[in-house]
Design a protein around this ligand. Sequence first.
Ligand SMILES: NC(=O)c1ccc[n+]([C@@H]2O[C@H](COP(=O)([O-])OP(=O)(O)OC[C@H]3O[C@@H](n4cnc5c(N)ncnc54)[C@H](O)[C@@H]3O)[C@@H](O)[C@H]2O)c1
Ligand SMILES: O=C(O)C[C@H](O)C(=O)O
Length: 308
Amino acid sequence: MKVTVVGAGAVGASCAEYIAMKNFASEVVLLDIKEGYAEGKAMDLMQTASLNGFDTKITGSTNDYGKTANSDIAVITSGIPRKPGMTREELIGINAGIVKTVATSLLEHSPNVTIIVVSNPMDTMTYLVHKATGLPKNRIIGMGGALDSARFKYRLAQALEAPISDVDGMVIGGHSDKGMVPLIGHATRNSVKVSEFLSEEKMNWVVEETKVGGATLTGLLGTSAWYAPGAAVSSLVQAIACDQKKMFPCSSLLEGEYGLNDICIGVPVILGKNGIEKIVEIELSDAEKAKMQESAEGVKKTNGLLEV
Ligand SMILES: NC(=O)c1ccc[n+]([C@@H]2O[C@H](COP(=O)([O-])OP(=O)(O)OC[C@H]3O[C@@H](n4cnc5c(N)ncnc54)[C@H](O)[C@@H]3O)[C@@H](O)[C@H]2O)c1
Ligand SMILES: O=C(O)C[C@H](O)C(=O)O
């Protein structure tokens, strides 16, 4: 199993590290446009192998896609991250050109690749990869909901004063400060709805903190987060590589599901060896449906800025 990670910056390197630590891939190729940068990160990570007990080979490449040839899975993290006070949507001007070039270069060398898009604004970048490559929809996956759901569970556990392993919950919709739809009505603590434990006020706090999870970290760090994003990507890669049939909310091209068309947005999907093997349509309340609709309008507005 060969995995390429484009962009050896904060998220790309974290993602490569978690993939290697989970020890399911034979090779991870890290590629970056900055001379020597990916080679340096790959060498540094390889020097953790004997300490951390993995056999995955990590190779660095300065923009040489020959080294990525015949990758099974590729992750696109190349592009700029936001700074405090910015929205993800503001990154479109620079990131769209980078993501389009990277996706086509990947495909030239790996015709059977499944692509995971991370660069922001992620739902629009995922849509752009569809338009630019024409790959079947099961082989293009946007990562956002897996991360947002991990943040949701973190906030739920805080509010419940419970261990995170007791908590389950999911965030669907667009990966944006306003567009996320944390499904608080479906969230549980050991199969019991969290509304049995939490006041309306506490549940609203969980939802609002989840939606601005990325912005909160950007404010603290001066750039956007990387550990949880890297871990979330590695979980998606593992689900595909190991044919786990696991369910994650991912940005997927919709053709009528959830009443939406011609848009990539976060919905629950089953991930296995064929990438997105199924889009799962769950029953939403009228309020959740309205939020999903509003979120889709936001994503479509950003998609409208693309030149495709
Ligand atoms: N979807 C998500 O949940 C999620 C989570 C975190 C970050 N992100 C996004 O991921 C992206 C990367 O974030 P980061 O913190 O790693 O940024 P970073 O600046 O640390 O790393 C980005 C890397 O991309 C490289 N790059 C730029 N153009 C390239 C090209 N054409 N080919 C190859 N490499 C190129 C840069 O040299 C840099 O090393 C940002 O757009 C950020 O907003 C998304
Ligand atoms: O917040 C960001 O800009 C990066 C990423 O989308 C995140 O949610 O951490």
